[in-house]
Design a protein around this ligand. Structure first.
Ligand code: GLY
Length: 368
């Protein structure tokens, strides 16, 4: 896009991660003209670092806000199989939906008591889990250490590869005719009177749009142009992860493992994502020795065999957290502004549902 010019589009999507791309694709399928503006590269934020757990049951927490998140997570998890199939058909990319199930693990009596409470919570919510003794868990995953005391199996909690999802969505968007601008820098939302009028780019270009979808992840709370209108805050919650590879191939772990202090997500091809720290450190993008140490220590105590794996990458990104960690999806603030952010720990899981909800808002916001 040449600098200093004016462009007209019905819908401008700010943010080229999984959420921005899926909203753009679905909006284009409704017949709208759509432009995605990404400050850097597609998927360079949380989407490129996320482990990709589709885990409504193991992510379930206590409290009313968590109940709202659970309902969204369950709805979106149900959408994933057909969403993955549609993405494959449109893009040719297999997003590696790995229907492995998840084991939640306890190492000692304190953790076992906490896991019992988690089991009761899930029973009370009608969520399907299976309680396993340590020996039964080791029959399923022989690499587990003898110290595993108790496990809770969530057979319907699966995973995808978020980098493949970004690739698939980018390709689907291109085929559908979504325009994408990478390297756009920090765009500002322009507001004229009571409504958004578009996005102003650092190079002086102006994108006129009837609707702006704010899908900038953890950066959504810092977008220029919105600071004066009292919108809900979105904060960055730092996560460090390790990408590991087993030189001898797949099989060390076949299910997603979750435990106090982290998780291991097998990709099914000998690669593993070991996550994640949860840090309120603002936008500090440095991996730390302490963070990596904790990730490895917690995982090694449960799966000693991870000591043999090669480290391929240390990643850092930022979950978009809201005050109650419930996502912000739908219209808020000036007319024409639609939020698609605040997904906290569940951005990949919530992608298909978010697009459906945003498109529901568009039907009222944009003349089709
Ligand atoms: N969804 C896992 C995490 O945020 O670390």
């Amino acid at each position: 896009m040449p600098s200093g010019l004016r462009h007209d589009v019905e819908i401008a999507v700010l943010g080229g991660g999984v959420i921005g791309l899926v909203c753009a694709w679905r909006a284009r399928q409704l017949g709208h003209s759509v432009l995605v503006l990404e400050r850097d590269r597609l998927g360079c934020g949380a989407s490129g670092v996320a482990a990709g757990m589709l885990a409504p049951v193991s992510e379930a927490e206590f409290g009313p806000a968590a109940q709202a998140v659970l309902e969204m997570n369950l709805r979106s998890a149900e959408m994933w199989p057909s969403f993955a199939a549609e993405l494959r058909q449109e893009s040719g990319v297999d997003v590696q939906l790995h229907r492995s199930g998840t084991l939640m693990l306890a190492r000692d009596s304190d953790e076992a008591r906490a896991l019992e409470r988690q089991s009761e919570l899930r029973d009370s919510l009608g969520l399907q889990t299976r309680r396993l003794r340590g020996s039964q868990a080791r029959e399923l995953e022989s690499a587990l250490a003898p110290r595993v005391r108790l496990a809770l199996e969530a057979p319907e909690d699966h995973s995808v590869d978020p980098r493949a999802v970004v690739g698939a969505l980018a390709s689907a968007c291109e085929h559908a005719g979504v325009r994408v601008l990478e390297g756009a820098g920090e765009a500002a939302v322009a507001i004229g009177g009571e409504a958004v009028s578009g996005l102003r780019l650092p190079d002086g270009s102006f994108v006129h749009a009837d609707t702006v979808v704010l899908a900038a992840g953890a950066w959504s709370g810092a977008v220029s142009g919105l600071s004066d209108i009292g919108l809900p805050e979105v904060r960055p919650v730092k996560g460090q992860i390790l990408r590991l590879r087993d030189p001898s191939g797949p099989g060390l772990i076949t299910r997603v493992l979750r435990y106090e202090g982290g998780y291991i997500v097998p990709r099914g091809d000998g690669r593993y994502v070991l996550g994640a720290t949860v840090e309120e450190q603002g936008f500090d993008e440095h991996p730390t020795a302490g963070g990596v140490y904790e990730l490895l220590k917690e995982a090694w105590e449960l799966v000693p065999g991870i000591a043999e794996l090669a480290i391929e990458e240390i990643g850092v990104s930022f979950r978009p957290g809201t005050p109650d960690n419930v996502p912000l999806i739908g219209p808020a603030g000036p007319a024409g502004l639609i939020w698609a952010t605040g997904h906290y720990r569940n951005g990949i899981l919530l992608a298909p549902l978010t697009a459906e909800l945003v498109c529901g808002s568009l039907t009222g916001a944009v003349a089709a």
